[in-house]
Design a protein around this ligand. Sequence first.
Ligand code: NDP
Length: 517
Amino acid sequence: MSNLVKLGEKPRIVLDSFFEPMYETGPDALPVFKMFLGGEWVSSNIGGTFNVYSPIDGSLIAKVAKATVKDAENAIDSAYENKSKIRAIPAIDRLEIFAKARELLLKYENDFKNIIVTEMSKTLEGAEGEVNGVAERLRLTMEETRKIYGEYLPGDWVGDTVGKIALVIREPKGVIGAIGSFNYPFFIPAAKIIPALLAGNAVVAKPSSDTPITLLMFGRILEAAGIPKGAINIIPGSGREVGGTIVKSEKINMISFTGNTNTGKQISTVAVLKDLHLELGGKAPAIVLDDSDLDLAAKKCVEGSLKHAGQRCDAISRILVQENIGETFVKKVLEEVEKWKMGDPRDPETKVGPLINEQALKKVDELVKDAINKGATLLKGGKYEGLYYEPTVLNNVPLEARIAWEETFGPVITIIRVKNLDEALEISNRSEYGLDAAVFTNSFYNVWKAAKALQDGEITINDAPAHGVGNFPFGGIKDSGLGREGLGYSIDEVTSIKTIIFNLEPADLGKKRIPHF
Ligand code: NDP
């Protein structure tokens, strides 16, 4: 990656001149990023900013305009006033804008990868995966929006609609509020914004305050690709103030939110009479049975637990292993963990980087210590330096431990012993979450029994869960959320159905059979 600041040097932001309209350079040589409001790059209305630090070593890397409630209201007004503009663009021309956006994204892909590594501390491989994921999502959503056709319904199958026909069409919902989490700073908001705009909606987006820069850069790409002014607004700022203003605005028709379950619950109490798409927390179990390929299970369980330092909603967050193979499985897990080197994410050898912030680190450490106090055996890790939490293996974790139930969001492998599949299913389903589950077995009957019994939105057989680009739909039940994310499913979420009924009776093309229904 050409302009990534070298390993050993202080992390800092280096961007191509294409991104210059987005920021000014402050007296301390730090970039001060603006927000994208009404098609212009502007400062906060009272000039406030907030700091962005790199988890690599805690360096201050940028200041970002901190939107106020007034800025948020202006952004919402701008989207509301301009929603008809994006809707009026013929679909074929909207596709042209996004083809151009994809071209630009690929041209500046290294800038995006570098910023993801610098602001979120994803590994080089992880950052590359995320940027490629957005480029692919863009390409595939362009194909998918071509399928917004609707339906023709004949009326003469039912007595009271004889003599009528209906067209069922899909229309953009209007203004979509998109609020994203820190852990996929680019992919998650992009996966909301791309289908929303392509389907003809206007958007007000708020990035996570930990990782706001990548999304602002996407705003610059969309601007240069020719998106109409005001159709996309990106306003960084406080979750409570800016997020809260978006969520309760009557001018916003739908909230698409990814984040913590508690935040999601709070949003659902405020977003009255709005469509909600909530992608919330998870506590994915991996059930490992004695008829499984143990080498495969150990490799995938370690990968599923440690990828992106465990900061994934679809991370394997507890392993329920059948007790008669427990010892063999644990040995294999320990061998696999050796392959997961922790370190500076700019080092191509690194597979586990730091956690996002101090609060996240403290939570992980608290959960690990609580498990040990309640009787779990610490086989590896359990220590940290800066924001770097060592890949950790906890064996024989008792069900009384908080880590058996609470989302970990850190590089911890939590191994719980179970007698059999029935007990594994009972413990899996006792969780308040219902996002993902994995099952490792070579028995067709166990697969089917588990797949039918597990209360989760996505069940993965013989692999770690991974939501990926969205070819397979995903989303939660219970406390893991509402709605489904995926190529076509996301388009369904941002469009609503309108039924247009034609009465053919005047042309003597049919008569009602139930006249007074
Ligand atoms: P948070 O809930 O802390 O934050 C998510 C976003 O919500 C941020 O932009 C935040 O702003 C904003 N926000 C905070 N409070 C409010 C509010 N009252 N009203 C509106 N917006 C608000 O989540 P994290 O960023 O910590 O993300 C991690 C969580 O996301 C995990 O629980 C993870 O499982 C979940 N997640 C779920 C996925 C899924 O597909 N189901 C995918 C990825 C993550 P600010 O940053 O300014 O506080």
